[in-house]
Design a protein around this ligand. Structure first.
Ligand code: 13P
Ligand code: SF4
Length: 348
């Protein structure tokens, strides 16, 4: 519904007709994604990029975007890009009045929880996450009853309600560090069973988990990776820790989405296979022309709900505003800031 409404409304409000002038005016931006996007496609995106960047300044807004956004969002309109941890930390430092969160709903909720005085917008409120949808506060209560006294470490890929009933959060960038830091020999991790199993393989603690999984990362198999490596012995395989442990065992490096980007930047392999979401390789392809990216590409259907059209509409209309009930936000904030503080202490 929203899609039809905005498709009809936007052309009457903004000059969105493709033109040579608009394409020329944004050519420097296009050059950051020329390897993965044709000039004809860019000509269609350019008017939106111009309108969004103008409106962003007029509204005193900032766009925080996850690494899984498509190149025209990642390079074209985002003010800051990063993994979940970096986005959460950045959300505590924003000066603008409005945050447009280009990512999934739990990321926008996290930004709101950490920045209650700001307006947080998500361009499509139905951008969920299979992990966040797999666990409820009742599920956390069941785990606590099964393992009395064990601390609950919840992945940030959870709703505010679940965070509020957890002891501390973690992200893919710090899960092992958080599990090692919490009190007790047994730790409950929710909701991603593969992230939990990957942590369990690296900690001395007993880790028990909820049975959730990411619809993108659970599709990768170790057999597929082995077969690809056999045909392409030079390939470096870089995986996200939401993958199965036997997939992680095949990888040359495992890390958060930003960890993956930084590893490829540092190591510049001739061939790289990013065992994660599709847009990751596209977003760094032009920056690293010497790297050939294998494309075993799985797309996150939730992340892909965020489009330039919806971002422009969010800035124009102030929809959809993300709210979190203050009581829940206060408790969720405790779990998130505990995690952020732990990282800051470790850096000292
Ligand atoms: P990162 O924290 O590594 O960016 O991961 C978030 C996510 O949703 C991965 O699927
Ligand atoms: Fe959730 Fe997986 Fe999409 Fe990340 S890639 S947002 S974990 S469904």
């Amino acid at each position: 519904m929203l899609d039809t409404r905005i498709q009809e409304a936007l052309p009457a409000l903004y000059d969105l007709t493709p033109s040579v002038e608009k394409t020329r005016a944004t050519w420097e931006i296009y050059k950051t994604m020329a390897r993965v996007l044709s000039p004809a496609d860019w000509a269609l995106h350019a008017p939106y990029v111009i309108a969004i960047n103008r409106l962003k300044r007029e509204r005193n807004a900032v766009i925080l975007a996850h690494n899984y956004m498509t190149p025209e969002i990642y390079h074209g309109v985002a003010d800051f890009v990063g993994d979940s941890l970096a986005l959460a930390i950045r959300a505590t430092e924003v000066e603008q009045d409005i945050i447009v969160q280009c990512g999934v709903h739990f990321m926008a909720e996290t930004a709101k929880i950490l920045n209650p005085a700001k307006t947080v917008l998500i361009p499509d409120a139905s951008a969920g996450c299979s992990l966040a949808e797999s666990i409820t506060p009742e599920g956390i209560a069941r785990m606590r009853a099964e393992y009395p006294g064990a601390p609950v470490v919840s992945y940030v890929n959870t709703t505010a309600e679940v965070k509020a009933t957890s002891d501390i959060c973690c992200t893919s960038a710090n899960a092992l560090q958080v599990v090692d830091a919490v009190k007790g020999d047994t730790v409950i991790m929710t909701p991603d069973r593969f992230l939990a199993q990957n942590v369990a393989n690296r900690t001395k603690k007993r880790v028990v988990w909820w049975d959730g999984a990411c619809v993108v990362h659970e599709l990768y198999t170790a057999d597929d990776l082995r077969a690809y490596r056999e045909l392409n012995p030079e390939v470096k395989i870089v995986a996200h820790p939401e993958c199965r442990p036997d997939v992680v065992a095949e990888a040359d490096y495992t890390g958060s989405t930003s960890g993956i980007v930084n590893w490829v930047r540092r190591n510049r392999p001739k061939q790289a296979m990013l065992v994660t979401e599709c847009s990751m390789a596209s977003n760094i392809a032009d920056e690293l022309p010497e790297v050939t990216f294998a494309k075993p590409c799985n797309m996150c259907p939730y992340m892909k709900k965020i489009t330039l059209e919806k971002i422009l509409w969010a800035l124009h209309s102030g929809e959809v505003e993300v709210t979190v009930a203050p009581g829940i936000a206060d408790r969720a904030r405790r779990a998130i800031t505990r995690m952020i503080d732990l990282g800051r202490e470790a850096e000292r």
